[in-house]
Write a protein that binds this ligand. Structure first.
Ligand code: B12
Ligand code: SF4
Length: 474
């Protein structure tokens, strides 16, 4: 039985990294004896749902599995429509953060009959077994499925991997990192290695920041791969595909600093001549000089730091628990070991005023960050903010509001400032930070011309340049 796994297109050539989730599903399926797995990564060619449906017709699969982020739900909805119109019989099963948070509301909207909540390695194997008549549907943990009337859920509501060391490495042959080298160069600038690949060394995060929905998959329970298991994957990627730069994509790579030290020690010992970065953001409270020294020695040279706001009041509200007084000290510490930093901030948080955003801007300028990244707040399903915004209403209203959110696409108008004001403040944030002589000189020094040209095509810059026109109705 052929199983086709699909990663939707986000309509942009930025942020394209190999879909680890589908790689993990594939290796578990193969381990269980399902050898015929194909991947369609629609983001690589910005493929439309129609194009993907055309490929599916030719492949004649027994199961179609699709990964869904909130930003891709409308793409998936269209794909399901076309697949159904083509009278393809294979069941479509969806998973990922969007499905795990909105459950049947997401599946109903996208017209999909089966969904997996939580982690899917064991569940997809059981689901494939169910399709082949080898086991009962109730055995599939985390499965939510459509019945004649309504939806039913399997006995265990969420799929959950207890021991990450027992999960096989992502199916790198299927993902083929070589297909992503070019795109990953534009994800993170500048890049030391020409052949980057992402890996995840842990899953979950015990914190509960109000805007974040990473807990919907992991239930806030952090689990770690052993340092040896991590090094084995890095060596494999290096030897088989020539990978020379690792993107550690954990939620919290250094949360357990002892474990992180062991990973970096082993990496140094292996002398693989690999560089690494942690683009998703470390917590500053997990950094100490001993650890940072080992980070540098093992090839670490660029890390994101999740700060989000420069206002003490907002910091309390969003429950991020970053001590703003310590940020500068930690950035200086990283710089002492030649590790560059990007400060992550948010704009338009619930209840945030222009004055508070200005505090974030001033704060960002007061710290010697090399870069910043400023995201506009989106109430992602599964986050506390989403629940506060949507669930305060009665059930029927909740469903109607969620439907509106889904139809509106990616960024709904929930910012307290209004969307246009929020975008204007975001632009101000970037301009105030970057248009300073020392930052400009430093950027010119660190970028290659080809990278600058890629950067100019970034969708954010395109939008920025067209900001004079009103973007959204408020
Ligand atoms: C690495 C990462 C990235 C990477 C790579 C993303 C990618 N597309 O592969 C980068 C940096 C590029 C990225 C970008 C973005 N990301 Co991101 N990212 C993550 C992060 C930290 C880890 C994801 C990961 O690889 N996990 C490891 C794998 C094994 O787990 P998994 O993906 O959840 O997959 C498991 C299950 O979900 C399930 N599953 C998944 N797919 C399927 C499919 C089927 C058929 C089945 C059965 C099961 C199943 O089984 C898998 C194995 O257990 C998560 C946070 C998190 N902890 O999940 C955020 C997260 C997924 N990102 C998020 C967001 C919002 C974004 C951006 C929109 C950010 C932005 N403002 O631009 C962009 C999206 C752009 C894009 N093109 O993908 C949100 C998603 C919210 C949502 N509801 O959609 C998350 C949850 C972060 C958060 N804190 O809120 N991201
Ligand atoms: S924002 Fe970071 S620290 Fe906060 S809950 Fe999400 S992953 Fe954890």
């Amino acid at each position: 039985m052929k199983i086709v796994l699909i990663r939707p297109s986000f309509g942009s050539y930025f942020q394209i990294t190999p879909p680890l989730s589908l790689g993990y599903l594939s290796s578990s399926l193969k381990k269980a004896g399902f050898a015929d797995i194909e991947l369609i990564d629609a983001s690589l060619g910005k493929m439309s749902p129609q194009e993907v449906a055309g490929l599916i017709n030719k492949k004649n699969p027994g199961i179609i599995g699709v990964q869904v982020y909130t930003g891709s739900q409308n793409w998936v909805k269209e794909l399901t429509n076309v697949i159904k119109a083509n009278k393809v019989k294979a069941p479509i099963i969806a998973g990922g953060p969007h499905v795990s948070s909105l459950e049947e509301l997401a599946l109903e909207y996208m017209g999909v009959n089966f969904g997996i909540l939580g982690e899917g390695e064991e569940s997809i194997v059981k689901f494939a077994g169910y399709i082949q008549g080898k086991n009962a549907i109730e055995e599939v943990d985390g499965l939510v499925y459509r019945q004649k009337v309504g939806w039913k859920s399997a006995k265990k509501k969420y799929g959950f991997v207890k021991d990450l060391n027992l999960v096989p490495l992502p199916d790198w042959d299927l993902l083929n990192p070589e297909n992503y080298f070019h795109y990953m160069k534009s994800v993170s600038l500048p890049l030391k290695g020409a052949k980057p690949a992402p890996i995840i060394t842990s899953r979950g995060c015990p914190y509960r920041c109000t805007f974040c929905c990473s807990g919907t998959i992991s239930r806030h329970i952090i689990r770690y791969r052993s340092p040896e298991n991590v090094i084995f994957e890095i060596k494999y990627l290096n030897q088989k595909y020539g990978v020379n730069e690792i993107f550690f994509s954990d939620d919290n790579l250094t949360l357990d600093s002892r474990r992180a030290e062991t990973i970096f020690d082993l990496l140094t010992k292996e002398k693989l001549n690999i560089n690494w970065r942690a683009p998703n953001g470390l917590r500053i409270d997990s950094l100490n000089e001993f650890l940072v020294g080992k980070m540098e020695k093992s090839g670490g040279y660029f890390v994101g730091l999740g700060i989000e706001t420069g206002s003490e009041q907002m910091m309390k509200k969003i429950k991020k628990r970053v001590d703003l007084k310590k940020v500068k000290e930690k950035v200086n510490l990283l710089h002492k070991y030649k590790i560059k930093t990007s400060g992550f901030f948010m704009c338009g948080l619930p209840g945030e005023t222009k004055k508070e955003i200005q505090k974030s801007i001033d704060f960002a300028k007061s710290v010697p960050f090399d870069r910043i990244q400023v995201c506009n707040f989106v109430p992602y399903p599964g986050s506390e903010d989403f629940d506060r915004i949507f669930k305060k209403t009665e059930q029927k209203m909740y469903q109607r509001n969620v439907l509106k959110f889904q139809q509106n696409g990616f960024v709904p108008a929930f910012q307290s400032l209004g969307l246009n004001e929020t975008y204007k403040m975001q632009r101000k944030f970037y301009t105030n930070f970057y248009f300073r002589p020392k930052i400009i000189i430093q950027l010119i020094k660190s970028f290659k011309v080809s990278q600058l040209l890629t950067l100019l095509k970034h969708p954010f810059l395109e939008n920025w340049l067209s900001l004079e026109e009103e973007w959204y109705d408020e």
